[in-house]
Design a protein around this ligand. Structure first.
Ligand code: PLP
Length: 449
């Protein structure tokens, strides 16, 4: 009752006064008051509706106010709101059984956390305990989370802020897969996937490599879809060199790319699959670290040295069951796959109209619009250094205009991520892209002719 008495301005002021805004300077943080949300829409304190064109942080896959998920949360809260992780609960049993059916074949033993980053931390520890080795090969232009281990494995500049004290040990970086702007200056398909060969070169020239960690399709850093040969080749390299393959499907899981998991596109089964976000469509915080049978077998007689108070928290697990059932009932994985050509055609149209777009790429309902100052040099409008120096970024200026027109979009350094809830309609896709179209003139004017 007390919170209903607050005006929108008070909500914003109190939020700013007592909270940190993340990945930004605090002084100019002016968060919008979100009072309500339904389906693909957010509703602010004044009642204005916003089409959510990136599913918040690419996580609200089912959209808001799904009654079955809400009921599952309420029911679980009434039934059993907490039991420590050493106990068995119905929610845990039901979700585990469902996951065993849905996850790539062979991933059969689960560790539940409350975030993506914790699920990655679990994966790293499990990989190290299982192999008895310490190094993780991660890739540049990746994001794996903000806690010490995960940020150390993050290949993008968000890692730099903690490097003065020394990043967490044991991570080395390989070049990312990026056919639009190949970091090792190759051209697909003539390259024969040299970026994967480079990882093999690293494994052979390092000692002590436990695992290779990849986002199957890189998310925040620009929806980098690997060529179809990449993942099978990486699987073979890992197998031949006795190294585990960890797939971080925190963003790509749960239908986002038009398969339940992105690894399914290439029929490649990782040794460890990490996910979060879409597992509950962000209704409640849940992460998952799923391991293969051989890893599960190992821990039968080796000490599993890991755990959390909120691990397998029943209120996080019961809605995941409801969420998966809703995705099945509404055929959302198929829907993401079927809408992909529609989005792709629209984005290609957009690219042909705007010289500031260097590339559009994606899969399912997961797309990037990559913005460049110059199509020949592929130079981005801004870099991360601009962001941390407080400069006004071109993509942020466009996102602000779109927000005023009632569309929220994820803008990151010099690209947009388009990832609407999987329940989105073609009309809503049209509206989101038309709103982007309208404001891209800001970038066109700043781009080379
Ligand atoms: N891994 C990937 C690929 C992500 O995109 C994210 C978050 O965006 C994370 C890990 C971290 O997840 P969380 O923010 O739930 O800790």
């Amino acid at each position: 009752a007390a919170s209903q008495a607050l005006t929108s301005q008070q909500v914003v002021d109190l939020t700013r006064q007592y909270n940190y805004g993340t990945w930004r300077f605090q002084r100019n943080w002016n968060p919008m008051h979100i009072a309500d949300a339904e389906g693909c829409y957010l509703i602010d304190g004044s009642g204005k509706r916003y089409l959510d064109f990136s599913s918040q942080l690419m996580c609200s896959n089912l959209g808001h106010k799904n009654q079955a998920v809400i009921d599952a949360i309420a029911h679980q809260a009434q039934q059993l709101s907490y039991a420590m992780p050493g106990y068995a609960t119905t929610a845990r049993a039901e979700l585990s059984q469902l996951l065993a059916e849905i996850l790539p074949k062979g991933l059969r033993k689960f560790f539940f956390t409350t975030s993506g980053t914790e699920a990655n931390e679990a994966a790293f520890k499990i990989a190290r305990m299982y192999t008895g080795k310490s190094k993780i090969i991660a890739r540049y232009r990746s994001y794996h989370g903000s806690t010490i281990g995960s940020i150390a494995a993050t290949g993008d500049p968000r890692r730099w802020a903690m490097e003065p004290g020394g990043k967490g040990p044991g991570v080395i970086f390989a070049p990312e897969v990026n056919c639009y702007k190949c970091p090792i200056r190759h051209t697909y398909p003539g390259c024969n996937i040299a970026c994967a060969d480079y990882i093999e070169h690293m494994i052979r020239n390092e000692s002590d490599v436990a695992a290779v960690l990849v986002e199957p399709i890189v998310g925040t850093n620009g929806v980098l879809v690997p060529p179809d040969e990449y993942m099978p080749k990486l699987r073979r390299i890992c197998d031949e060199n006795g190294v585990l393959l960890i797939a971080d499907e925190v963003m790509t899981g749960w239908g986002r790319t038009g398969e339940w998991f992105a690894m399914n596109h290439w029929s490649v089964i990782p040794d460890i699959l990490v996910t979060a976000k879409g597992i509950t469509s962000a209704y409640v915080p849940l992460g998952l670290c799923a391991t293969s049978e051989k890893i599960a077998e190992f821990f039968q007689d080796h000490f599993f040295s890991h755990g959390h108070t909120y691990e397998a928290h029943p209120i996080t697990l019961a809605p995941a069951v409801a969420c998966i059932h809703e995705m099945q009932r509404l055929n959302l994985v198929e829907r993401a796959r079927e809408l992909a050509p529609y989005v792709e055609a629209k984005l290609n149209d957009l690219k042909s109209k705007h010289r500031s777009i260097g590339d559009v790429r994606g899969k399912g309902l997961f797309w990037a619009v990559d913005m460049v100052k110059d199509r020949t040099t592929k130079e981005p409008f801004n870099t991360y250094a601009d962001k941390v120096s407080g400069k006004s970024l071109v993509v942020d200026q466009i996102a602000a205009k779109m927000l005023a027109d009632g569309v929220t979009i994820q803008a990151w350094v010099s690209h947009f991520v388009i990832a609407p809830p999987l329940i989105v309609t073609k009309e809503e896709i049209d509206r989101g892209i038309a709103t982007l179209d309208k404001h891209l003139t800001i970038a066109d004017e700043a781009a080379s002719p």
